[in-house]
Design a protein around this ligand. Structure first.
Ligand SMILES: [Cu+2]
Length: 161
């Protein structure tokens, strides 16, 4: 079966390509973390699911706070917007997840130090596809001026200054 050899090689290449692309399920951009003088801060960013499988953001990690959580915003029975911790945040196949002020966000609780303009923050994100493929991203961003925020920060919790 001489003629099967190129085919086998071709299939091996396909397999290799699949494995290689599986390491990157999503792309992450526009990471924003604003100055914070309190004990909490939030991170905002845009995630694009590059795969044809549903992908979940399963974990956010950072060394800047005691806890780093995924939060969603929901309107309660009194019509008040409240944030709640979410186990995961889902991104549809080829869909986009936008974390933004007044919307879903990554929350830092118990900041070790206040976040000042220009501080470098490292953020680790873990994504998992519905078929169990994992994709970890290690991101670094610079703390921005609160004045750059187009809307009120989700961390203000209704305390307007
Ligand atoms: Cu929050």
């Amino acid at each position: 079966m001489k003629q099967n050899k190129p085919l086998a090689l071709f299939l091996a290449c396909l397999l290799w390509m699949n494995v290689a692309s599986a390491e990157s399920l999503v792309s992450v951009k526009d990471i924003k973390i604003f100055e914070s003088s309190g004990k909490t801060a939030a991170a905002f960013l845009t995630v694009t699911n590059e795969s044809d499988k549903a992908v979940k953001l399963t974990k956010a990690e950072s060394g800047i706070a005691e806890k780093t959580e995924l939060h969603t915003m929901q309107i309660d029975e009194k019509g008040v917007m409240r944030m709640r911790q979410a186990e995961t945040l889902e991104i549809a196949p080829h869909g986009t997840l936008t974390l933004k002020p007044q919307g879903d966000h990554i929350m830092f609780i118990g900041l070790h130090e206040k976040l000042a303009l220009g501080d470098m923050v490292k953020l680790g994100l873990t994504f998992e596809s519905e078929d169990g493929v994992r994709d970890a991203h290690e991101l670094t961003t610079t703390v921005e001026s609160r004045a750059a925020s187009p809307e009120k920060d989700a961390t203000s919790h209704g305390h307007h200054h």
